[in-house]
Design a binder for this molecule. Structure first.
Ligand code: SF4
Ligand code: SF4
Length: 451
């Protein structure tokens, strides 16, 4: 069964999967006792939605967070992880991991609890991807796919989805009438780091914000110039993330969003915030658009009551002003602020890069395009050599396009040799807050490590 849907996924990515093959995958699933591991996480929520639509029933779930039996919205029991030992070889356990790394760590846990003679294991991330594409195809066929909110928050890589791409092009053309180009690089998704300051101090911040010495905010003119340069070399930027630091802490955030919305060649704009800074009325007005979604990375579990209240008030205000909002509560992160050179060989790095959940998080900062946040941070902190990047300032549109094609075809990047993911990064509670003293200690540790 695992082989069947993996083969399906591979062929689907190449545009060669048949409906017959998909039917076989669904038939197999419908006839097995299915349990979900990591049942209270984000991937599981999405997976259960899709299985539910297909009338494929789930017999139960397991999750580390649960210390007693609980029932979630889909009405099945979620037991503590160790009780996975109750399953037999006849059962199917779908590991609902959001990344290849998490999948490996779940696989390790299940083997430990079930002493190796456990249920049949399935990669829930890949299965979700397959089912999500089916869902999107159905929505498009029924012409229901007009709301961006139906795409966001549950698609593993929405910017690669054909239906998402056409939708964002339509929404952008509604705001600024434009012809969608047919030539240019197919590069189509990036996150712009608009500033390096944040009011929170998360120990494992994936943008390394607490450890950056400069707390620079990028000017509107520079952001607009970079985006114009990028969009001149590509067919369409289907997804632009606005990230930081904390974007709402940027003095000119309202003007930045307004200016970006005037630029042709850009579709969905995702503005990320920790939700603890109240947006002004002007900012709410700038964000109220069919093609803008504010994503609240909700770190309530690691914050105090006053901060939790601020998040609640921020979300309420945004919604009152007609802003589309999604809240995503991550419970675990990987500790990626290390940059020690690893000894993984090129073949393994290639495989890791293909699987890496951050590989799709391109970053743009002051004219330089990076493959992922780890690379951007490592370069900024002086821990990683600046290679495999595209410099927008120094090249003409044609040259940028050529460089983007190289960038997109890379099998892995030099940064992967300095990244903790290929060697199995440590999992930590998301958004643990650091006191100033600890930040300085960690900064010193980073300085002491050798490149
Ligand atoms: S909220 Fe935390 S993770 Fe987000 S930018 Fe601030 S420090 Fe980093
Ligand atoms: S450096 Fe490589 S392995 Fe690490 S996050 Fe970036 S792409 Fe992934």
């Amino acid at each position: 069964m695992d082989e069947l849907y993996q083969e399906y996924e591979r062929l689907m990515c190449e545009g060669r999967a048949s409906e017959h093959m998909l039917d076989a995958v669904l038939h197999e699933l419908a006839n097995k006792p299915i349990y979900i591991y990591g049942a209270l996480g984000r991937t599981a929520t999405l997976l259960m939605l899709r299985l539910n639509e297909l009338a494929i029933s789930i017999k139960g779930g397991f999750d580390r967070r649960s210390s007693s039996t609980v029932t979630n919205g889909l009405h099945f029991a979620v037991k503590p992880s160790e009780q996975v030992s109750e399953l037999s070889e006849e059962d199917v356990l779908v590991l609902a991991a959001g990344s290849a790394e998490l999948f490996r760590s779940m696989q390790f846990e299940v083997n430990k609890f079930s002493a190796g003679i456990g249920p049949k294991i399935i990669d829930g991330r890949k299965l979700t991807y397959v089912l999500q594409n089916l869902h999107c195809a159905n929505l498009a066929r029924e012409e229901k796919h007009e709301n961006l909110m139906t795409c966001i928050g549950y698609h593993t890589k929405p910017f690669k989805c054909e239906y998402f791409m056409r939708l964002t092009e339509r929404l952008a053309s509604k705001e600024i009438p434009q012809d969608i180009k047919t030539d240019g690089s197919t590069f189509n998704s990036v996150g712009y780091l608009i500033g390096e300051w944040c009011n929170l101090k998360c120990a494992q911040c994936c943008e390394a914000v607490p450890y950056l010495d400069s707390k620079e905010m990028v000017s509107i003119d520079e952001i607009v110039a970079d985006l114009k340069k990028l969009t001149a070399s590509i067919t369409f930027l289907h997804r632009l993330d606005i990230v930081g630091g904390e974007p709402f802490a940027h003095r000119n955030i309202a003007a930045i969003i307004k200016e970006i919305r005037k630029l042709p060649g850009i579709g969905y704009i995702a503005v990320f915030t920790n939700g603890t800074i109240m947006p002004s009325d002007e900012l709410c007005a700038a964000l109220a658009s069919e093609r803008v979604i504010v994503t609240n990375s909700d770190y309530s579990q690691s914050l105090n009551d006053a901060q939790k209240k601020k998040i609640k008030d921020t979300i309420e205000k945004l919604k009152r002003h007609g802003v589309q909002v999604v809240q995503i509560a991550d419970r675990y992160w990987f500790d990626l602020i290390q940059f020690q050179r690893n000894t993984v060989n090129d073949q393994e790095l290639e495989k890791n890069y293909r699987d890496c959940f951050l590989e799709s998080c391109r970053r743009l900062y002051r004219g330089t395009l990076f493959h992922c946040a780890v690379q951007a941070n490592g370069v900024k902190l002086g821990r990683i050599p600046k290679t495999n990047v595209v410099e927008l300032h120094t090249a003409c549109a044609e040259e940028i396009r050529r460089q983007l094609d190289v960038f997109e075809s890379e099998r892995f990047i030099e940064s992967c040799r300095y990244c903790a993911l290929p060697i199995g990064a440590k999992e930590v509670q998301a958004a643990l807050q650091l006191k100033d003293g600890k930040i300085r200690t960690r900064q010193k540790q980073l300085d002491a490590s050798t490149v």
